[in-house]
Design a protein. Sequence first.
Length: 454
Amino acid sequence: MKCFDPLAPLPVSMANRREALQIGGLAALLGLGGMDLRLDAAATGRGGSFGQAKSVIILSLYGGPPHQDTFDMKPDAPQEIRGEFEPIDTSVPGIRICEHLPLLSRLAHRYALVRSITHQDGGHYEALYTCLTGWPCPRRSPSGTPEPTDYPHLGAMMDFVRPAPTATPPFALLGGIHINGIGQDGGFLGSGFNPLLVSQSADDPDFQPPEGLSISSEADDALRFSGRQSLLKSFEKAGSKLKRSRSVQGYETMRHRAMELIADASVPKAFDINSEKDAVRDRYGWFPVGQNLLLARRLAEVGVPVIHVSYDPAAGWDSHSNNFSGLKSRQLPSLDQGLSALIEDLQERGMLDQTLVVAWGEFGRTPKINAKAGRDHWPHCYSALLAGGGVRGGVVHGESDRTASYPSKDPVGPWDIVGTILHCVGIDPSLRIMHPFQGRRIDVCQGREIQEIV
């Protein structure tokens, strides 16, 4: 599929862009960077049967997990394709996954698998952009550097279309950005829609919340309030610039929400992961992805709409060599423990029906094992796991051929996964919005929901 044409340069001065960058971190925290630019999404003509999810937790398996060694095993393929691992039965008859995912195998009735995702971008940067924005990448990006004309991360688009109803960060990114951040910011919506970035992993014994969201005891509420005045001072310092900006004309409303966030202790308490019981932390696993998924659950509990969790960027899934030893010793055990703990924990807390969990990478891996016992990039067919938030459990959408090379049934694009996410949170993926600066209508997503799993 050809990439869509890049948007024309935004008609906004560099001075205005500098102002936006100065206030971007604060506006991202408040989720109010473009209040006056949204279309009313209430009258889209969509039925009332969608929109079950209140929060979305996206586990980005950056690097590209091998689908044929995880969720789409091919035990009857030749040895150079099927690899070393064996499939095991799950809680759903007929659905089998990798033997090194035993905990997830017991939860197959809770999640759906999509085994027929396909696109054409074989580079990490372009493929990641496609999966996080719902649009094919408009350019080749050897550095992975974002551009102001990029489409926004789906979390930013969700905040633009339907702002968070409570004083919470609308979009948080845990575990650090992938590469240089392509597809992970506010894109053409502006830096005011960038995520609240939490680069420090939650398994760090010295983990601290983002600046301005300090943790303190209830007995010290007055000191907590005083200590977070810097958040408001930063906001007020930029006040005159904010008032002149076309994207933040709702200055007084923004100030009011800043005060709400400063006074509300729920978000700082959610970041206080050290207050969690040891048994719960043990359940998720003492490694980056496990503790970051636990932190994501805590943020979903207080109403954060979108939580993007980066699978340990230092480890990743880019298995060009030693694919099987790495998967067996590191990636699969941590994925199995962390993701299964999240799904079970959400279910036990009565949150799974209102929390959508999506785990996937930017592409799969080559069917044939290379000379270094690895698998290379393969965007032509791969898999995703979705659970909760209106997604049907115990189902599989699509099929791959006998070598897991291409979809043989019901192919979908990564934009259709994004479309399904939007559908589950109550945003019609066919919705059109007004481009903030170009004055023309654009689609929020190229894809549509996968109806067989919702």
